[in-house]
Each structure stands twice: as structure tokens, then as C-alpha cells.
Ligand binder design. Structure first.
Ligand code: PAF
Length: 283
């Protein structure tokens, strides 16, 4: 596995692979890799001939009071894990390689509808930070295929929309969330949970399962189901930001004919903000 830190060398390497007719697969990450990330890498390996993974903790997607400085950076262990998965190239740029100007001056990519809704309501600038960095990484790697986790469901929908709207020649694939045995979605931020919080954390997924069961049993009072779920989370010791039932593809509030749904939630346990979602079909 080659490790590169500059766009110039990355481009040279990708050009050589393309000249040999290889399809390039790409998995962007912020590192601190767990089994969920490695599942994305495996998916990329099955879809592409040459797999590039990036590790870049993107300052633009962190708010001023968020955990950019303390976000877990475990680069040595990450490299070992990626090597074992047969990744071809690891791109690990410094901040100044991605953002050559002061962050405030950098051109931004904003996908309408994401700032201000769901997580966007609670994390101003978050989705624009992601769309901007992913565009920059796509332009550097120029992949044929890019793989993202379904755990970050809004992110996945936003990236698909951005790729469509900007006509980027990239197939975007989503990969199912990898869970701990008790159902907690794997996340780099799970490491922030103390023992007691970790024991209760899987209740987020349980509550989503209850909303799903309610919908499958014919419940259509979405506001009431969401409210009950918020109360369940409060009882379980979470500080919920939202529980919301949406259409899977558009993330719109469902109407009478909507059949493909996703229930999304974000809630803080102690100081750790967790997100999760569950999809379902109704008739
Ligand atoms: O999902 C993540 O880890 C990040 O949001 C991403 C896509 C790597 C952009 O920084």
C-alpha cells in the first residue's frame, strides 16, 4: 500500500492506474477506522480494481465548540488495518494541502435543503463542510466509484444528490451500517462513551426499532410516533435532538403515498452525540 500526502503525487499515481484501464474505487474517511469503515473498503474492493482510501479530519465540518482538536487520530493502527484489507493507496493530506487558503475564504459547496434540517439544524455548516471536502477529494482522486456508510444517512443522500446535480462521473454506493452485538451502530465517537453510557447506548437503535414496528403495525400519526420515541430516549438518559420519519430517497416528510421510509435520530448521551437510522417499507 502506497501512502501519499500530496495531490500532485496522488494524481500521478491515479493517472498511471487509469492508463492501465483500472477502475478506481474511493472511500473517504476521517480515520480512527473500525469494522464499519473496513466494510466500506471491502465493498470498494469488490467494485473497483484499484482502491484509494483517504484519511483527513476535515476542519470545515466541525463547529467551533465541537471535537475537531480531540477527534481520535490513530493513523498507525489505521494504516495496518488498511494494508490488511489490500487497499492500494492511502491519501493522508495535511489541512493546508486541501485548503490552500484560510478556511473562511475557501469556495464552498452547498447542497440545498441539508443545512437547517435534521442534523443540519443542530450543526450549522456541517453538511456544507462535508460537501466541500468530498468535492475536493473527488476532484483529486477522480474515482469511478465512491463508497459511503448508511449510518451517516443524510450525508449519503446529500452526496448522491450533489453527484447528480453537478454531473460528477462517479457511482456512489451506500453500505449497510455495521453494528455491535447489542445493536449500537459502530462509530469513531463511541470511544467517548464511558462504561455506563456504553451500556445504555444501544437503546437509540432499540427506540428506532420501536418506531419501525409502530409504522409496520399501521401507525400513520408520524408526529405522535416521533414524540413517543423522543420521550423514550429522554427516559433512557439521552438528550434527543430529533427523531424524524422521512422518505428514504428524498428525505422529505412522507405523504399518504410514501412507502419507502427511513426513521432518523440524533441524541446525546453524556457528552457524546450519536446518530442512527432504520429503513422500512410500508404499504
Ligand atoms: O463520513 C465521514 O467520515 C466524513 O464525513 C467524510 C465523508 C470522510 C468527509 O469528511
Amino acid at each position: 500500500m502506497e501512502t501519499l500526502t500530496t495531490t500532485t503525487l496522488l494524481r500521478e499515481c491515479i493517472r498511471a492506474q487509469r492508463a492501465q484501464g483500472r477502475r478506481i474505487g474511493f472511500v473517504p474517511t476521517m480515520g480512527n477506522l473500525h469494522a464499519g469503515h473496513l466494510q466500506l473498503v471491502r465493498q470498494a474492493t469488490t467494485l473497483a480494481d484499484y482502491v484509494v482510501v483517504s484519511i483527513f479530519v476535515n476542519p470545515m465540518q466541525f463547529g467551533p465548540s465541537e471535537d475537531f482538536a480531540t477527534y481520535p487520530r490513530t493513523f498507525d493502527a489505521d494504516k495496518v488495518a488498511l494494508q490488511a484489507e489490500g487497499v492500494d493507496l492511502l491519501f493522508m493530506p495535511e489541512v493546508r494541502e486541501i485548503y490552500t487558503d484560510d478556511l473562511e475564504q475557501v469556495t464552498r459547496v452547498e447542497v440545498p435543503g441539508f443545512e437547517g434540517d435534521l442534523c443540519g439544524r443542530f450543526r450549522p455548516g456541517f453538511f456544507t463542510g462535508i460537501a466541500t471536502v468530498v468535492t475536493g477529494l473527488f476532484n483529486r482522486v477522480q474515482p469511478d466509484i465512491a463508497v459511503f456508510g448508511e449510518k451517516d444517512y443524510q450525508q449519503l443522500v446529500m452526496i448522491k444528490r450533489m453527484v447528480r446535480d453537478l454531473c460528477m462521473p462517479i457511482e456512489v454506493h451506500g453500505v449497510e451500517t455495521v453494528r455491535e452485538p447489542d445493536g449500537l451502530a459502530m462509530s469513531s465517537r463511541n470511544g467517548y462513551l464511558d462504561v455506563a453510557e456504553r451500556a445504555g447506548a444501544a437503546q437509540l437503535y432499540q427506540v428506532l426499532g420501536e418506531v419501525k414496528a409502530g409504522l409496520e403495525a399501521g401507525g400513520r400519526d408520524f408526529a405522535a410516533l416521533e414524540q413517543q420515541a423522543m420521550e423514550r430516549l429522554l427516559e433512557a438518559g439521552f438528550k434527543p435532538d430529533y427523531v424524524s420519519i422521512r422518505e428514504q430517497d428524498s428525505l422529505r416528510v412522507p405523504g399518504p403515498g410514501s412507502s419507502q421510509l427511513v426513521v432518523l435520530a440524533a441524541a446525546t448521551l453524556g457528552t457524546t452525540r450519536l446518530i442512527d437510522n432504520i429503513r422500512l417499507s410500508v404499504t
